[in-house]
Design a protein around this ligand. Structure first.
Ligand SMILES: Cc1cc2nc3c(=O)[nH]c(=O)nc-3n(C[C@H](O)[C@H](O)[C@H](O)COP(=O)(O)O)c2cc1C
Length: 181
């Protein structure tokens, strides 16, 4: 089997981010033949603006698009801000969605996981991320979404949470795109 590279979009910029730690956990425990590439620079992307989405687009735009376009699959790892995904992730998806129909995320099998310190684990953010990625042209893999409550539980050390997150990665890598069935 050829190697699979998963581009990972982390929705938190916080130095001590639980979601970044989850992304690192998945990267460090990925199955053989699977590489997780945590895409850097999302915070340097300007707010999406069609006026600057030209051949002269900022270098960081080209770099982020390239990292995702060359990946086999895409995984968002994100908390929830005010009932939806953080702006940094939303903005990244906007950049990855253009040119319309041929954006870097188009046709990529896609999943989302993440944790918040509530019983819902960021469910609304994850629902919105899936909807947005799908509209941007990604192929959402069913059963990959994990909204992990991090109330009195550290998802990076709790065996049950770790197992759920790693199973989601496995499904993303192995699973058939349900949308393409
Ligand atoms: C601006 C802001 C809005 C937030 N809104 C929500 C929310 O709607 N739902 C939720 O579960 N947590 C919310 N939180 C809490 C975050 O989920 C929590 O800070 C989480 O740990 C952030 O993830 P991180 O550790 O990866 O940075 C919010 C936090 C901030 C800073």
């Amino acid at each position: 089997m050829t190697d699979t590279r998963v581009a990972v979009l982390v929705g938190s910029l916080r130095a001590d981010s639980v979601n970044r730690k989850i992304a690192e956990l998945l990267r460090d425990n990925a199955p053989a033949g699977v590489t997780l590439d945590l895409v850097e620079g999302l915070e340097q992307l300007p707010f999406y603006n069609q006026d600057i989405d030209t051949d002269a687009a900022p270098e960081v735009v080209t770099a982020v698009r390239e990292r995702v376009a060359t990946a086999d699959r895409v995984l968002a790892v994100t908390p929830e801000y005010n009932g939806t995904m953080p702006a940094v992730l939303n903005n990244a998806i906007d950049w990855l969605s253009r040119p319309y129909g041929a954006g870097a995320i188009a046709g990529k099998p896609f999943g989302v996981v993440g944790a918040t310190p509530t019983p819902y684990g960021g469910k609304w953010a994850h629902e919105d991320t899936v909807r947005s990625a799908r509209i941007a042209g990604a192929v959402v893999i069913e059963d990959v979404t994990v909204s992990q409550p991090a109330v009195e539980v550290d998802p990076t050390t709790d065996p049950e949470a770790r197992a759920k997150l790693l199973a989601a990665l496995d499904t993303l890598v192995q699973g058939q795109p349900a949308d393409a069935a």
